[in-house]
Design a protein around this ligand. Structure first.
Ligand code: PBG
Length: 327
């Protein structure tokens, strides 16, 4: 009985209202987290070449940037810092007067309610560009944990709501959780970059943050692109260590990982629609080869459909504008 001609799938596609009311996935401005690159210096607002529309901004220009974000209805940002001075142990990453700590305080002056997420990693602060303390050319996991804990506590002290460790060190979530708790920050959240792959899609970000490793690569700490069971194990461990939100990164080439995480875990899932994914659409659109709005919204919807609850995306501003006009 339940086949043609009784069952006609097209009935639900015949007009906009029926399509809207039967739609399975929704995309809204509430889903977006907008990344901001904060840099040293004054009156800086320079465009990142491979990421049209995305700037590095200095602290004195932050208010303007954040006002614009809030006016568009975006409620969450993630901050990345570019310090003036880098050293082998990334000491400016946990400096109470470091770039991120000052940026958080500046934003909090006028925006007590915006959700501030801060990336916790060392690669932007080390002169070698690796995500941890290096010894004889490789990253020492356990020595790095102390620093990641210090960075996190300093961010929260400055006013960050959520710390997002992205270094892919074993035990980083529990090290951060105990440091936050010991300092009385029991209500501060951890968004763990749990399944973070060693990806070519981070290229434009590393140019933007000047954080490319000066030798070697990140394959000894980030996940191999071929693996999904290993990603599930990473997530399981982060959940056990006390993560509040888990992340899959990048998004597009890893939609299956998002989907598996959705089926296997009940915590909220973030996915990072990374720099290279943004650059590819921008480049094709600038050549007139694709319809930018249509493709960007299609991709963002696919990330939600795969199972993400929230998306870190450089498209947040544009998508917020598009979504306010279409439905
Ligand atoms: C820091 C970090 C990176 C990204 C986010 N946090 C770079 C990296 O791991 O090399 C990449 C984000 C993007 O490409 O948009 N470790």
């Amino acid at each position: 009985m339940s086949t043609y001609p009784n069952r006609r799938m097209r009935r639900k596609r015949n007009n906009a209202a029926i399509r809207k009311i039967t739609r399975e996935t929704s995309l809204s401005v509430n889903d977006f987290i907008y990344p901001i690159f904060v840099t040293y210096g004054k009156r800086v607002q320079d465009n990142i070449e491979a990421m049209p529309g995305i700037n590095r901004v200095s602290i004195d220009n932050l208010k303007k940037e954040v006002d614009q974000i809030c006016d568009l209805g975006i409620q969450a940002i993630i901050l990345f810092g570019i310090p003036e001075v880098k050293d082998s142990v990334g000491s400016n990453s946990y400096n109470p007067n470091g770039i991120i700590q000052l940026a958080i305080k500046e934003i909090r002056k006028t925006r007590p309610d915006i959700l501030i997420i801060t990336d916790v990693c060392m690669c932007e602060y080390t002169d070698h560009g690796h995500c941890g303390i290096t010894e004889n050319g490789s990253v020492n996991n356990d020595k790095t944990l102390d620093i990641l804990a210090k960075i996190s506590t300093s961010h929260v002290e400055a006013g960050s709501d959520i710390v997002a460790p992205s270094a892919m060190m074993d035990g980083q979530v529990s090290a951060i959780r105990s440091s936050l708790d010991q300092n009385g920050y029991v209500d501060s959240l951890i968004m763990a970059y749990s399944a973070k792959y060693a990806s070519g899609f981070y290229g434009p970000f590393r140019e933007a943050a000047m954080s490319a490793p000066s030798y070697g690569d990140r394959q000894s700490y980030q996940l191999d692109k071929a693996n999904i069971r290993e990603a599930m194990e990473e997530i399981r461990l982060d959940v056990e260590e006390g993560a509040d939100i888990i992340m899959v990164k990048p998004a597009l080439s890893y939609l299956d990982v998002i989907s598996a995480a959705r089926n296997g875990f009940s915590l909220p899932i973030a996915s990072y629609n990374v720099s290279g994914e943004y650059s590819m659409i921008k480049a094709a659109a600038q050549n007139g080869w694709i319809d930018e709005k249509r493709i960007a919204l299609e991709i963002l919807t696919s990330i939600k459909r795969a199972g993400a609850d929230m998306i870190i995306t450089y498209y947040a501003k544009e998508a917020a504008k598009w979504l306010s006009k279409t439905n």
